[in-house]
Design a protein around this ligand. Structure first.
Ligand SMILES: NC(=O)c1ccc[n+]([C@@H]2O[C@H](COP(=O)([O-])OP(=O)(O)OC[C@H]3O[C@@H](n4cnc5c(N)ncnc54)[C@H](OP(=O)(O)O)[C@@H]3O)[C@@H](O)[C@H]2O)c1
Length: 251
């Protein structure tokens, strides 16, 4: 059995914990969190530790804390022969160089506390500090997913930038779209079929083929009407920029 220690108790850690607990090839050794109290999503069967000095030996340590804190947390424990992995898209592998064996395990997906995702379909981008660890990390990652790919820290950062735009920005735009309805007393559920089709149609065509709307059609009267409706809204400039971007179709 492969022993795994999780460091951090946030969204990704929660999903990894469930995945590890549900796979007989893994043993969840410990979960470290900085909270004095066991977070409610961590069951009593799990060895929850709040002092990092109480970390014991594992085959793999997954550091799933905020990007800014990876270096700091990594420097607080000795993994001995174990392999230390961070799970961040935009953090260089070298932040873990205080350890002998280290690397990256970045699942390119959006994780929340509510979701129950199929890890087999999630691309996992890996990196290692040497060839032997590369093989070990690859083997480990393939237990989670059938889509494991090796990349440098720079390539992974590009994937993360792209993922941030595709997911975080899109989600924020839907939030803003819902806000416009709510501010005008209209039920936001009216958007649901449109939002679903926006993503479903990408299974059948490219994003260029899927684009519609006044910016693509150069329907200036409609665009001017939208600008008047937005008036002094904080969204006005974003509307103008995105309209410009759709028209030019360049980065
Ligand atoms: N969520 C995603 O969709 C996603 C996807 C791919 C990769 N990632 C990566 O996963 C990592 C965690 O992200 P997340 O979204 O899971 O974040 P999150 O839900 O905000 O959780 C962050 C966790 O880090 C803990 N933490 C922060 N500083 C710490 C410290 N000094 N010592 C101990 N614990 C500390 C927090 O503890 P408290 O609860 O006590 O505040 C919290 O449990 C990041 O590297 C992120 O880039 C996330």
């Amino acid at each position: 059995m492969i022993e795994v220690t999780l460091i951090g108790t946030g969204r990704l850690s929660f999903n990894l914990m469930n995945e590890i607990l549900n796979n007989k090839r893994f043993k969840l050794n410990q979960v470290f969190g900085r909270s004095k109290f066991r977070p409610k999503h961590i069951s009593d069967d799990v060895d929850y530790i709040k002092e990092i000095k109480n970390i014991n030996n594992s085959d793999f340590y997954l550091i799933a804390v905020s990007d800014n804190e990876i270096y700091n947390v990594s420097n607080q424990f000795d993994a001995k022969e174990g392999i230390v992995l961070h799970v961040s898209g935009n953090t260089n592998i070298n932040v873990l160089s205080n350890h002998k064996n280290y690397g990256v395990f970045y699942p390119l997906q959006t994780f929340s506390y509510e979701t129950n995702l199929n890890f087999r379909e999630i691309p996992i981008i890996i990196e290692a500090n040497n060839k032997i660890n590369q093989k070990k990390i690859e083997k480990f990652s393939k237990i989670f997913s059938k889509k494991v790919c090796k990349m440098s820290s720079n390539e992974r950062a590009i994937c993360h930038l792209s993922a941030t735009i595709a997911n975080n920005f899109t989600n924020h735009l839907v939030f803003k779209a819902e806000q416009i309805l709510e501010k005008n007393g209209i039920d936001k559920k009216i958007l649901q079929p449109l939002i679903k089709e926006t993503f479903n149609k990408l299974d059948r065509m490219t994003t260029s083929e899927a684009q519609t709307g006044p910016a693509l059609r150069n329907d200036n009267l409609t665009i001017e009407s939208h600008l008047r409706q937005l008036n002094e809204s904080d969204f006005l400039n974003l509307y103008k920029e995105i309209t410009k971007s759709i028209r030019s179709n360049e980065l």
